[in-house]
Design a protein around this ligand. Structure first.
Ligand code: KIV
Length: 271
């Protein structure tokens, strides 16, 4: 039987066991209580309170504007909904790049105020000291390499990363550095599938991909993208499992129609 079917609460240790047993890890984002409740009950292994909340929930063009206070608000809402999944919370832009002490303080606020289970931060060797310092306080850390959206103004584009040998070599080195620093898992975003599979084969910790092919240890998608709530974003790696844009539009249109036609509420829908 797969590990995840018999588990009441997912821990970093269980994720390690899943990798060892070849069982793929499922991960989705969530930012609020109601969605997190559904996602958790449906059996997801990891819920990421991603800084993609900046785009999805607040309508910003990038992930940069979201604040630590706002991330704590989203994380607290998700944590209150979750019984089983491991909840990972993104450290937002500007809350950890300054120095490792600031990184630790930000991580502690997320753990204390939102009662989260772990944090995620973007970058390789440049965040090694921060990863070690956060871990020294007993806080599990997930890494994130490849396309790291907090660096969008450095990259200039959301295109596939590490296609050239030099960047690929640096990414492999960074993955090893994060593992040695103590990360319990790493997200690889939008890189060639062969490179992602190589990282997964070389490392002992789970590698979770988004746009990184099937040769890694797990997959993550942004919930609103895979549910088809956002129908403007169609990268090749995205599989849509529903078209909630159409479902919600039709429900709202019908409601408006019924109200205007004085059909809602009817006799049995009033006191
Ligand atoms: O913020 C986010 O949603 C993420 C995923 C894309 C991995 O970091």
């Amino acid at each position: 039987m797969s590990v995840h079917k018999v588990v009441k609460k997912i821990t970093t240790h269980i994720l390690q066991e899943m990798k060892a047993n070849g069982e793929k890890i499922s991960m989705l984002t969530a930012y609020d209580f109601s969605m997190a409740r559904i996602v958790d009950a449906a059996g997801i292994d990891i819920i990421l309170v991603g800084d993609s909340a900046s785009n999805v929930m607040a309508g910003h063009e990038t992930t940069l504007p979201i604040t630590l206070d706002q991330m704590i608000y989203h994380a607290g809402s998700v944590i209150r909904a979750v019984d089983r999944a491991l909840v990972v919370v993104d450290l937002p832009f500007g809350s950890y790049q300054g120095n490792s002490k600031e990184a630790l303080n930000s991580a502690i606020r997320i753990m204390k105020e939102a009662e989260a289970h772990s944090v995620k931060l973007e970058g390789g060797r440049e965040v090694k000291e921060s990863v070690e310092r956060i871990l020294s306080a007993g806080i599990p850390v997930m890494g994130h390499l490849g396309l790291t959206p907090q660096s969008i103004y450095k990259f200039g584009t959301y295109t596939v990363r590490a296609k050239e040998e030099e960047e690929a070599k640096r990414l492999i080195e960074d993955a090893h550095i994060l593992q040695e620093a103590g990360c319990f898992a790493i997200v690889l975003e939008k890189i060639p599938y062969k490179l992602a599979a190589q990282v997964s084969a070389e490392l002992t910790i789970p590698i979770i991909g988004i746009g990184a092919g099937g040769g890694v240890d797990g997959q993550v998608l942004v919930l609103h993208d895979m549910l088809g709530i956002n129908n403007e974003f169609s990268p090749r790696f995205l599989r849509r499992y529903a078209n909630l844009y159409e479902v919600i539009t039709s429900a709202v249109e019908n409601y408006v129609k019924d109200v205007k036609a004085k059909d809602f509420p009817n006799d049995s829908e009033q006191y």
